[in-house]
Design a protein around this ligand. Structure first.
Ligand code: ATP
Ligand code: MG
Ligand code: MG
Ligand code: MG
Length: 469
């Protein structure tokens, strides 16, 4: 079996062997973009190189970048445990050309790696191109020999990427793997595209235009390439499993969670174990990169993720704090590729244990209140925003934890009511607050930006059609 660690090595070796600098993952907290909460794509650390603000000696680079998508425009938190392909924390393998090679070589490398080097069968692969991108269509035909019906033209923003309101932008091309007709779903662009049969494994972005403030677009003198492939998704393909949560790495984490709680990992428990395994990775990597649980900003996103996992530990009936006991397994699986995890292990374990011990003191009471408040609600009803806010304020329940807790019962939460209660409390706190520290206002900014979706860099898909947090 090709392990996830082997796949990372193989990807970096392939591009390293083709003239790319192998660049270690940047930390999850972006150093070059104060408006972005967490690095959410492989290109983020290279943003200034793409815009020309910075130069690198080598115009080619490759990396396996740590990413978190648990807030802002790119929020996959609610998908975790419920889709086969989403994580809050994942690794994005990528190759980048800074004004060096362009479309033809990018497609050539992608095809050589997946089909020739890794042996993915051509008849399992479908690609998309932006509807007007005849050049990419022709190149897929020429290089990969794909039949016309498996080069799908897509007109939506899914296949047009831009860095922001201005700056580099261009069409993209996504590679999908067909996991077989025993799984529900249709090819991209079809009515059933949201199913899990065709899974996007790799996204190639062709940065060929410059978007100007006046709305016009000009050709970039030296077009660039940015690609991103989720390592967990390609590992699923190469390990012959459909679901990301069945790859070697997740199997080990889920087994550890099953063992530590003395519970089966299948059936009704499956989603809980998946959430725990996923959130363990996100929290551990965030702590290793210097984020600590807090009530606002990045630290609050971390706390939200942790507490959500802790509620699932509670569902499984864990008698004692669980999360910190799983850290050694994570370090065993990923510590070699990410030495920061080894260095931070004691801090991660202490932080998780302290946080879980504390949260368990109010979790029971909060869940009881939640049960009482929802006892008379029929399916499809919503919990009042005030109750959700009380759970937040008194019992430390992040909003999305309440939402997650009600989801399986078909109940919703009144988000507007919650926001109103929160805003009222913040206004009162601000009126009472005498300090004037800059740090505090930055924290508040993040909080607002996160709620509003903000000006955050939106990854490979444009903002259109993306659900707000
Ligand atoms: P999807 O449409 O499946 O949500 P995406 O188009 O949002 O994916 P991109 O922004 O194109 O994803 O990111 C590049 C690659 O990173 C994807 O092709 C996929 O392999 C991987 N990826 C994206 N989001 C996640 C996630 N939440 N968990 C795991 N892998 C992901
Ligand atoms: Mg997505
Ligand atoms: Mg997509
Ligand atoms: Mg994509």
């Amino acid at each position: 079996m090709t392990s996830t660690n082997d796949i990372r090595r193989s990807f970096l070796e392939y591009f390293g062997g083709n003239g790319h600098d192998i660049v270690p993952s940047a930390p999850l907290v972006p150093h070059n973009d104060p408006t972005l909460m967490f690095v959410n794509a492989g290109m983020v650390p290279f943003k200034n190189v793409f815009t020309g603000l910075e130069t690198r000696a080598n115009a080619r680079a490759t990396s396996s970048q740590k990413c978190v998508r648990a807030g802002g425009k790119h929020n996959d938190l609610d998908n975790v445990g419920y889709t086969a392909r989403h994580h809050t924390f994942f690794e994005m393998l990528g190759n980048f050309s800074f004004g060096d090679y362009f479309k033809e070589e990018a497609i050539h490398h992608a095809w050589t790696l997946v089909n020739k080097t890794w042996g993915l069968a051509a008849d399992r692969l479908t690609v998309t191109v932006y509807h007007t991108d005849d050049e990419a269509f022709g190149l897929w035909k020429k290089i990969a020999g794909l039949p016309d019906e498996r080069i799908i033209r897509i007109a939506t923003s899914d296949n047009f990427w831009s860095m922001g309101d201005t700056g580099p932008c261009g069409p993209c091309s996504e590679i999908f793997y067909d996991h077989g007709d025993h799984i529900f779903g249709g090819p991209p662009g079809s009515p059933d595209e949201d199913g899990d049969r065709f899974i996007e494994i790799w996204n190639l972005v062709f940065m060929q235009y410059e978007q100007h403030a006046d709305g016009s677009r000009t050709n970039l003198p030296r077009p660039s390439i940015d690609t991103g492939m989720g390592i967990e998704r390609i590992a699923a393909v190469m390990q012959g499993v459909h679901d990301n949560y069945d790859i070697d790495l997740f199997k080990a984490l889920i087994a550890a969670s099953g063992q530590a709680t003395g519970t089966a990992t299948t059936g009704d428990n499956q989603a809980s174990h998946r959430v725990i395994a996923d959130h363990l990775r996100a929290t551990s990597f965030l702590i290793a990169d210097g984020v600590l649980p807090a009530n606002e900003g990045r630290g609050y996103v971390l706390r939200r993720i942790m507490r959500r996992a802790m509620r699932h530990a509670h569902i499984l009936g864990a008698a004692d704090p669980l999360m910190h006991r799983l850290v050694p397994t994570l370090v065993a699986e990923m510590g070699q590729a990410f030495p920061e995890l080894v260095r931070a292990q004691p801090l991660i374990e202490e932080t998780l244990e302290r946080e879980e011990t504390r949260f368990r003191q109010t979790l029971d009471k909060g869940l009881r209140l939640l049960d009482e408040a929802t006892a008379d609600l029929a399916e499809g009803a919503v919990l009042s925003g005030e109750t959700a806010f009380k759970l937040y304020d008194t019992y430390g329940f992040p909003y999305d934890l309440t939402e997650d807790a009600l989801r399986s019962r078909g109940l919703g939460v009144d988000r507007e009511g919650f926001d109103t209660a929160m805003a009222a409390q913040k206004a009162a706190a601000r009126a009472a607050w005498k300090g004037s520290g800059e740090a505090a206002s930055a924290e508040i900014w993040y909080d607002i930006a996160e709620r509003a979706g903000g000006t955050e860099f939106t990854g490979y898909t444009a903002t259109e059609g993306e659900a707000e947090v």
